[in-house]
Design a protein around this ligand. Structure first.
Ligand SMILES: Nc1ncnc2c1ncn2[C@@H]1O[C@H](COP(=O)(O)OP(=O)(O)OP(=O)(O)O)[C@@H](O)[C@H]1O
Ligand SMILES: [Mg+2]
Length: 361
């Protein structure tokens, strides 16, 4: 039997909806699922058949905040489309994702109200934006620090030399005490500037086993906290070697772990976890294999006012801190084509270090 024009139209609509990369859901007036396309099945991890008739409140659960379901209710009563950006969505397997969502009220063929929801997962885009921001921020600070350090170093050398010459001319020890103050302070400033510039040695390019690095850092931190702190390990032993400079990697992980130990305190717990990520994008480049190290502590978390700037040099929340640890760690990991990120809430701070494998410096 020949297909009618309306059947052909129907098939085309089915084909378009079925192949769209955006999840499309249709809810009836009672806010129960009436339709779910393939992308929706993939996103929510549920078949269209199983989803049919389920309530929006159940299917589109949001952790801790007013759920998308309440916006569906709003959309049902509104003539205007409603857009919700960066909304968390809790999946049935317990994973939490971030979505952008557009909700629009429609009338079906029987003039019943229904709501069309288009849902797009945006975690990856958010992560890429955040990464780009981190890298730009780090590049800009490094540029600034390099320029400033150069401007400080030259006059500083002159100042120190002049104080030394003056000291040689003075035979009054009360006065040489003053020149010694100038020399000591110039040395202190020189040290700070050198630290700000970070290591300037040409990095080595050796095969490095990440677990050797982590075990080394673990023993240093354990010893410095008199074995009070608990450091748990969850290593994936199948991780291959990476190419890099072992000393620089030790320095980077040490800076991170020291912070975790300081935050967690004597009775605290730190966890070191290593995993492999496949086909992972770092700084807009796709790598077949990327090493992920999570350093988690149960301390009070990063103070809210520092969250946007912990990777800047001289930013510290500790009275005795210089605020250089994380800025140096980020530079060292960037040199290995990697990246450091964090997420932090009270009792759970995770610093995640990504390092591409099979990558030369
Ligand atoms: N795991 C963490 N938990 C809570 N706060 C943290 C953590 N890691 C870093 N911070 C905060 O970020 C700030 C900056 O850390 P960073 O290592 O750059 O400098 P610092 O530790 O203050 O000084 P130092 O140069 O001695 O390392 C810390 O002072 C602290 O307030
Ligand atoms: Mg530190």
């Amino acid at each position: 039997m020949a297909e009618t024009a309306s059947q052909t139209g129907h098939n085309i609509h089915q084909m378009i909806l079925g192949n769209q990369s955006t999840a499309v859901l249709l809810f009836d007036e009672a806010l129960q699922v009436h339709y779910l396309n393939n992308a929706g099945e993939m996103l929510l991890g549920i078949s269209a058949r199983a989803a049919m008739g389920q309530s929006a409140a159940h299917l589109l659960r949001c952790p801790g905040v007013e759920g998308l379901a309440s916006y569906l209710q709003l959309a049902l009563q509104s003539d205007q489309p409603i857009s919700k950006r960066e909304t968390p969505l809790l999946l049935s397997d317990g994973r939490e994702i971030i979505v952008d969502c557009t909700l629009m009220s429609l009338l079906d063929e029987q003039s019943n109200r229904c709501v069309l929801a288009e849902v797009r997962q945006i975690d990856l885009q958010l992560r890429l934006n955040r990464e780009e921001q981190l890298i730009n921020q780090n590049d800009a600070t490094r540029e600034l620090v390099r320029g400033l350090a150069h401007e400080i170093k030259n006059p500083l050398g002159g100042l120190r030399g002049a104080a030394q010459l003056l000291a040689m001319e003075l035979d009054n020890s009360a006065l040489t005490e003053y020149t010694q103050v100038i020399i000591d302070e110039a040395d202190r400033l020189q040290l700070l500037v050198d630290q700000l510039l970070g290591p300037r040695k040409i990095p080595l390019n050796k095969a490095v086993n990440i677990h050797h690095i982590l075990e080394h850092v673990r023993s240093v931190v354990s010893a410095s906290t008199a074995n009070q702190i608990t450091i748990q390990r969850d290593y994936d032993p199948s991780i291959p070697d990476l190419q890099g400079d072992p000393d620089q990697l030790i320095q980077a992980f040490l800076n991170i772990l020291q912070n975790s130990a300081q935050a967690a305190g004597d009775k605290g717990t730190i966890q070191l976890k290593t995993r492999i990520q496949r086909h992972f994008t770092l700084a807009n480049k796709n790598y077949p294999l990327v090493l992920q190290v999570d350093v988690t502590d149960d301390g009070p978390g990063i103070p809210a006012k520092l969250k946007n700037k912990v990777f800047y040099p001289m930013v510290t929340g500790r009275a005795e801190g210089t605020g250089l640890g994380l800025s140096i760690a980020q530079s060292l990991i960037n040199r290995h084509a990697g990246l450091i990120e964090f997420s932090s809430s009270p009792g759970n701070t995770v610093f995640t270090i990504y390092l591409p494998l099979e990558q030369s410096l």
